[in-house]
Ligand binder design. Structure first.
Ligand SMILES: Cc1cc2nc3c(=O)[nH]c(=O)nc-3n(C[C@H](O)[C@H](O)[C@H](O)COP(=O)(O)OP(=O)(O)OC[C@H]3O[C@@H](n4cnc5c(N)ncnc54)[C@H](O)[C@@H]3O)c2cc1C
Length: 452
């Protein structure tokens, strides 16, 4: 692309989706300005994916460094967008870029709305994951899990939490609490290898026997279902704790039970049955309740977007254009849309988990970013670059707002300083995977010292 067709694009959020958008648009010759809440780039690739997955994380990190070091990419870490943050959505739009892409992930937590969910010992999976990945604000907070932890959910995030509880916290017992049955488990069989050496096979066999009539009612054979479940417990990572892991199937928590100090002592659970629903099944409550004792509960039931950011929002999602286009990928899916005016928010796009919360692995988020970049490029091709500000003007305006707000943006040079300091600590830490400072203040102090 020639320089005359080059535009300035602001990309908010440097996770896998945002980095894919930035990479495509930078390759197309545009100037890309990245604003990211965290000092470090990577999003959940840095602060979500299990820290011990060093190969996956290392590969992504390398790709991201290469992209950020392009001369037409300008990175500003430690810059949050939202009401009362470093800049509002309106501030960002007023900077004069040709387009703004929000790839800010799904930062809200989905709750299933049970009584008592503010008790001590109730956690949301993302907070726990941020804790063991040492995201500033979470790394140093105590996460008291007690002896027996119930994790609500049956997906990969449930397995990651169990992994941490079994191999690092070494609690006594972990129970995955699953609304439907073993056949409807959602985790990837490869992921279960991290914890399968600790499976309580006797307990799991009894649990499946307990629900066998309800499985039979939807044509599921308990023995086959049990074999399907436990036959995946192969290539298990060697056992390093005595934790026992089990499952509670066809169970929906209805209420958190607490002691006199408002600390979790268990769950009131409702038994479910399965009903056919198309090719799938649905869980239906039987109004039969029982107590399930545990010391902590982790909700691993998915995420929703952060409604406080200031983008059009409805029912856990940012609103996108409901009017399909004939393009492939469909532009409408990525265009922010204001239902009060019935119009597209001109030049504002969404990508990744900000568009579809909890949707898939890094590869899916990257593909979403690639598609979004195609849509943005199509939009830019209808806009003369001269009608918007140059990169210098946008960057100058941004710098003056950040200065006025006493913000502390961190650039790529600063990130390199931080990286080299953190690498020096290799091995000198009890955190999993690699050493990370867990407060923004400390990181900024060290970067400033290192740059001086
Ligand atoms: C616990 C867990 C484990 C996972 N493990 C794996 C795995 O092993 N393998 C795999 O392939 N995938 C895994 N995934 C999925 C993967 O992490 C996601 O697919 C991917 O990170 C989504 O990318 P994203 O860019 O949409 O959002 P995110 O990764 O969430 O990135 C969002 C970015 O936006 C920034 N941001 C947020 N709010 C603001 C704001 N207001 N202003 C400015 N910036 C903001 C954040 O700082 C962050 O950098 C896991 C996910 C979770 C939750």
């Amino acid at each position: 692309m020639s320089a005359t067709n080059s535009h300035v694009i602001i990309l908010v959020g440097a996770g896998p989706a945002g980095m894919a958008v930035a990479s495509s648009l930078a390759k197309a010759g545009h100037e890309v300005i990245i604003l990211n809440r965290d000092i470090k780039f990577g999003g959940l690739a840095e602060y979500g994916i299990f820290p011990a997955k060093l190969k996956l994380r290392g590969g992504l990190k390398k790709q991201y460094w290469d992209m950020l070091e392009q001369p037409n990419v300008h990175y500003f870490g430690n810059v949050s967008i939202g009401k009362g943050k470093d800049l509002t959505v309106e501030d960002v739009r007023a900077l004069g870029a040709s387009a703004v892409v929000f790839a800010i992930g799904a930062q809200g937590t989905k709750a299933i709305g049970v009584e008592g969910d503010s008790a001590m010992g109730v956690f949301h999976a993302k907070d726990v994951v941020y804790h063991f990945n040492r995201l500033p604000g979470f790394g140093d907070r105590p996460f008291e899990m007690g002896k027996h932890v119930g994790i609500i959910g049956a997906g990969d995030v449930m397995v990651d939490i169990a992994h941490w509880l079994i191999r690092y916290k070494k609690v006594e017992r972990v129970t995955a609490i699953v609304r439907r049955g073993p056949a409807e488990r959602k985790y990837n069989p490869k992921e279960i290898r991290a914890v399968c050496a600790n499976m309580d096979l006797e307990g799991i066999t009894q649990e499946v026997a307990r629900i066998k009539d309800r499985l039979a009612a939807v044509g599921q054979n308990a023995e086959e279902v049990l074999n399907g479940l436990i036959n995946e417990f192969t290539k298990c990572e060697p056992k390093i704790s005595d934790t026992k892991m089990g499952f509670k199937f066809l169970a929906s928590p209805k209420r958190i039970l607490v002691d006199a100090n408002n600390r979790v002592r268990g769950l009131e659970m409702e038994d479910n049955k399965l009903e056919p629903k198309g090719d799938d099944t649905a869980a239906v409550g039987l109004k039969q309740y029982y107590e399930f004792p545990c010391d902590a509960v982790v909700f691993a039931v998915g995420d929703k977007v952060d409604e406080t950011v200031g983008l059009p929002y409805k029912s856990g999602m940012f609103v996108t254009n409901p009017n399909k286009t004939n393009n492939d990928p469909d532009d409408a899916l990525f265009q922010a849309y204001d239902e009060t005016t019935g119009k597209i928010v001109d030049g504002v796009f969404l990508a990744g988990w900000a568009r579809k919360a909890s949707e898939g692995l890094v590869g899916i988020a990257k593909r979403d970013g690639d598609w979004c970049a195609e849509v943005v490029n199509r939009y830019l091709s209808t806009t003369a670059s001269g009608t918007h500000s140059s990169a210098k003007v946008v960057l100058d305006k941004l710098a003056s707002i950040l200065k006025a707000h006493k913000s502390h943006p961190v650039d790529v040079k600063g990130l390199r300083v931080l990286e080299s300091i953190e690498k020096c600590h290799h091995g000198a830490t009890d955190c999993i995977g690699e050493f990370k400072y867990s407060s923004n203040q400390e990181m900024i102090r060290l970067i400033e010292q290192g740059k001086a």
